[in-house]
Design a protein around this ligand. Structure first.
Ligand SMILES: Cc1ncc(C[n+]2csc(CCOP(=O)(O)OP(=O)(O)O)c2C)c(N)n1
Ligand code: SF4
Ligand SMILES: [Mg+2]
Length: 346
């Protein structure tokens, strides 16, 4: 990061100003948690010096899925069908593995109509940052309960939710995502560092961000309101992130800090507060999610990470050149070969 003397504006390692990472003006409600998440995405991509022209933005349908329009204007975008972002993302990433992909979904988009696609995306460990902007309701269609609404939580009209929630983090860990985190749209510092770690990570980074809907789900009785989440947030510890291009010889107290080496050489530092938490232990991560949920709390931070797990692109053993750049002769069999196949089926 440097100051450009000509303009006095802060630039990143590509010489770009933060304006290159902004998007269109938001049309979401003032105070919506989703807007704060877009701001952190802008900061994270700017500070990590990712070329916005090398980014794919993908989403489904919902207020949350509109968010990619509000960050990274120079990037490529595809606003798909409700719950179908995972299949579009899979096709796009396999066609051009040289791009950095970020998908934004909602708790309805992921947990209801899109749950089948979500499940298979997680088990494939596709290189993708997958953000769920989780407000426990269908904001766009006026606040009905979504599958992440807690049992017993109250809607604005007084209706009580009588179904148990799906914990998207527990599901993602169980299925095979290699970085799983939960954060809160109101926790600027934690969310920024989680996003930076996700940018450095290879494989699926599934980040469930509790993001209050100020219009339909921010009242007493809701467990996804600003006040409830502030009072019940249980951070696993303080998170710091040092990208590979910055000096990593920082002092940190051995014994109280776990340093996770990312595949690109960056370091994720997890400073523990209360528990002796090991983010590479799958069983411990799932136990923690169950225990905190039983107390009505949210564990936030990086819950699980497996930096060296093979991703979907590697496991398919694709050719070095992204499929999008291969000439037609290499991706389409010639007519004679197709004729031969047809003949053999007679
Ligand atoms: C196939 C289909 N079914 C239903 C809808 C209606 N619909 C639009 S958005 C939405 C839910 C959005 O909730 P969520 O994903 O949580 O996003 P939020 O608006 O809360 O951010 C629904 C049911 C639709 N657009 N398409
Ligand atoms: S309705 Fe709710 S989720 Fe949608 S923009 Fe407004 S505050 Fe955000
Ligand atoms: Mg929602």
């Amino acid at each position: 990061m440097s100051d450009a003397p000509a303009t006095g504006k802060r630039t990143n390692r590509l010489g770009l100003e933060v304006t290159s990472y902004r998007g269109s003006k938001t049309t979401l409600c003032a105070g919506c948690g989703h807007n704060a998440i877009s701001e952190r995405v802008i900061d994270a991509f700017f500070e990590m010096g990712v070329d916005p022209k090398r980014v794919l933005k993908l989403s489904g349908i919902g207020c949350s899925s509109k968010s990619p329009a509000y960050f990274l204007n120079p990037s490529h975008g595809f606003n798909s069908v409700h719950g179908r972002m995972p299949s579009v993302a899979t096709g796009a990433v396999l066609a051009n593995r040289s791009m950095q992909a970020i998908g934004v979904s909602g708790d309805g988009d992921t947990g209801a109509i899109g749950i089948g696609q979500f499940v298979h995306l997680m088990r494939r460990n596709l290189p993708l940052i997958y953000i769920i902007e989780d407000n426990g309701c269908y904001g766009l269609t006026k606040g009905q309960f979504s599958p992440t609404a807690d049992l017993g939580s109250k809607a604005k009209n007084g209706v009580v939710n009588d179904l148990p929630p799906i914990d998207t983090c527990a599901l993602a860990i169980e299925l095979g995502a290699s970085l799983v985190a939960r954060s809160f749209s109101g926790d600027k510092k934690q969310l920024l560092n989680v996003l930076k770690a996700a940018i450095a990570h290879r494989g699926t980074s599934m980040i469930d961000v509790i993001s209050p809907c100020v219009t339909f789900n921010d009242h007493d009785g809701s467990t996804k309101s600003y006040s409830y989440v502030k009072d019940h947030d249980e951070p696993l510890g303080e998170i710091s992130f040092i990208p590979y291009f910055e000096d990593i010889n920082v002092e940190y107290e051995a014994g109280s800090t776990t340093a996770v080496k990312m595949h690109d050489g960056s370091q994720l530092l997890l400073r523990k507060v209360a528990e002796d938490y090991n983010p590479s232990d799958k069983v411990a991560a799932i136990r923690l999610l169950h225990e905190t949920a039983r107390r009505g709390e949210f564990a936030t931070g990086v819950l699980y990470i497996e930096p060296d797990k093979d991703d979907f692109v590697e496991s398919l053993n694709l050719v070095e050149t992204p499929l999008a750049f291969l000439p037609t002769e290499r991706v389409r069999p010639p007519k004679a070969v197709l004729d031969e196949i047809m003949e053999s089926l007679r």
